[in-house]
Ligand binder design. Sequence first.
Ligand code: SAH
Length: 243
Amino acid sequence: MNRLMVVGIGPGNTANMTEACRHAILSADAIFGYRAYIALLKPWFPHKNFFETGMKSEVARCRAALSLAAEGKAVSLVSSGDAGIYGMASLVYELSPEFPSVTIEVVPGITAAISGAALLGSPVGHDFAVISLSDLLTSWDLIEKRLRAVAAGDLVICIYNPASHGRPDHLRRSCDILLEILPPNRVCGLVRNIGRSEEGYAITTLGALRTIPVDMLTTVFIGNTKTRVINGKMITPRGYGNA
Ligand code: SAH
């Protein structure tokens, strides 16, 4: 069978990699992925055959993985976190009609919203939304519209891609939009380098968040009206306790 596994590897440590992910890598003849993720995986799977590509070559990477699978090789294509969340899974399916002989299987991984939430405490204990501030594939107008909509709906918000080299001020601009609706003392959290050596988190307020520097390996959490700080952790109650 010609099979391509689209695999989420989790935040970047082996402890948070699933058994199914490990199996998909160990059983593959070839593993495709973005350079930074391959660099993480190589030391853990030194005998495997990796193909790394740069950013912005996603379509070529997916086509190369699908073509090799069509030749009968066992191929895995890796994304960080979950492959279905700002990862390669949807693109692979979009390209799949060109490769009718290939069966695709998605292997779920722990996404940054979930691994980051565990570090912060329990910030997504109720309804939440995930928004990426990357405007490479989505217009900034639409990102602003979605920010306003989730703020109006009192959802906890997890923000991915809060900054990159070309767009250092996206988080500040987003905070300013949210501050049109939300109060400056709204509880917020940041997690950096989840699962990596410089892992860390911080709890702050929406008013202060607008000036905090963030990078590509930061995920940001904006609380809802009920979110508070308990024992130094960011907690969004479900509503059980009267504590
Ligand atoms: N598929 C990935 C998300 C890719 S988008 C997932 O499911 O997690 C890239 C964004 O994810 C980053 O800008 C950051 O906001 C978040 N992210 C990914 N890995 C992270 C990590 N190890 N630590 C903190 N944030 C991370």
